[in-house]
Design a protein around this ligand. Structure first.
Ligand code: ZN
Ligand code: ZN
Length: 353
């Protein structure tokens, strides 16, 4: 957590938003893992630094405390935005909830509803499943709302009483001495988590916490056409927090490669080896597509590397439409010729073929 984000981006502490953005773009470009000579670890590090330094609130927290306490979910890390989502799920998630409330509540001077942490998991699916979509069940172990007390922490039917720690204010005032002088701050009361009320008798199931560790089966609808590495974000399926809203669940989708097909946007591509005589005379090949076998006409005189298009056998793009299957022709030339073949080809040569 004590990484020097300024150093990572190669900028000074005084740099402007624009300078930070420029430095990030340059480095992200340099380290992008899809590029030759890219570096995924560096790329992530640069990304992480930028997530913090580009956000005014996070940057000021980082400047003051050397770390970030604000939830990362507020940035709107969205569906298929992997790098950002990863920051939210992996790096900033492991904070003590009360601690994070303490700072966001105190520093901003406003009472924010506590938010549970974001969690992440991965799912492996086949190539076919990525093309046509699939529903999967996953098991997630996480802090969840207690169903017995419905997140209140009180024994069902018990009376709610005024919190003695904050006298029902829901917040605690305190003064702190620091090098720069005396600071007054207001923070959420940890005992009642801002509500000002505590139950007379605690819930037995969660011991008054309102939340407990629980295993959940979650149905995940993976949409047709999802790409390898894409993120699905399930709002509110992250960890629950006492008297607050749950975080989000991020699911990274890993698509297994296919032996025959590759993906290119909405199109699928494949190679097809045909015989020289078939290329010259034309014929029909039976090929296995993801939709079953089809007959592919090979036109007379097809060239090597020519691409034949099979409309509508690619990736679904919604509203019933689909991309195409592109079949790249390879002509297999015989390595050895029989005497008979040789003679016939000599004849062809005389014909000017
Ligand atoms: Zn409970
Ligand atoms: Zn209180």
């Amino acid at each position: 957590m004590s990484k020097d984000y300024y150093q990572i981006l190669g900028v000074s502490k005084e740099s402007t938003k624009d300078q930070i953005k420029k430095a990030f773009h340059k480095l992200a470009h340099k380290y992008h893992p899809d590029k030759k000579g890219g570096n995924e670890a560096k790329f992530k590090e640069v990304n992480e630094a930028y997530q913090v330094l580009s956000d005014e609130r996070k940057r000021s927290e980082y400047d003051s405390y050397g770390r970030v306490f604000s939830g990362a979910g507020g940035g709107g890390a969205g569906y298929s935005d992997f790098s950002q989502a990863q920051q939210a799920g992996f790096d900033f998630g492991n904070l003590n909830d009360i601690f994070s409330q303490f700072f966001t509540g105190g520093m901003a001077g406003a009472q924010r509803a506590p938010r549970g942490r974001d969690i992440s998991t991965e799912l492996h699916i086949s190539f076919e499943e990525s093309i046509f979509g699939i529903e999967r069940k996953i098991l997630v172990n996480k802090m969840s709302e207690c169903k017995i007390c419905e997140n209140t922490g009180g024994k069902p039917g018990t009376k709610m009483e005024t919190c003695t720690r904050c006298n029902g204010q829901g917040q605690v005032h305190e003064t702190k001495q620091s090098m720069l002088g005396t600071f007054s701050s207001v923070r959420i009361c940890e005992t009642c988590v801002g509500s000002g009320k505590v139950p007379h008798e605690k819930c037995v199931s969660c011991k008054g916490a309102g939340i407990l560790k629980d295993q959940h089966e979650i149905n995940v609808a993976i949409p047709a056409g999802i790409q390898n590495g894409e993120m699905i974000r399930l709002l509110g399926f992250g960890e629950a927090v006492s008297k607050g809203t749950s975080g989000d669940l991020y699911i990274k989708i890993n698509v297994a490669p296919h032996a025959t097909f590759k993906r290119n946007g909405l199109n699928l591509t494949m190679d097809l080896n045909i015989k020289l005589s078939d290329a010259l005379l034309g014929t029909t090949y039976t090929i296995a597509t993801l939709d079953g076998d089809i007959e592919l006409p090979i036109p007379v005189g097809v060239s090597a590397h020519e691409v034949l298009r099979v409309a509508g056998k690619g990736v679904p793009k919604g509203s019933g439409q689909r991309g195409d299957l592109l079949v790249k022709i390879n002509i297999s030339l015989p390595k050895k010729l029989t005497n008979k073949s040789k003679e016939l080809i000599e004849e062809l040569k005389k014909e000017g073929v």
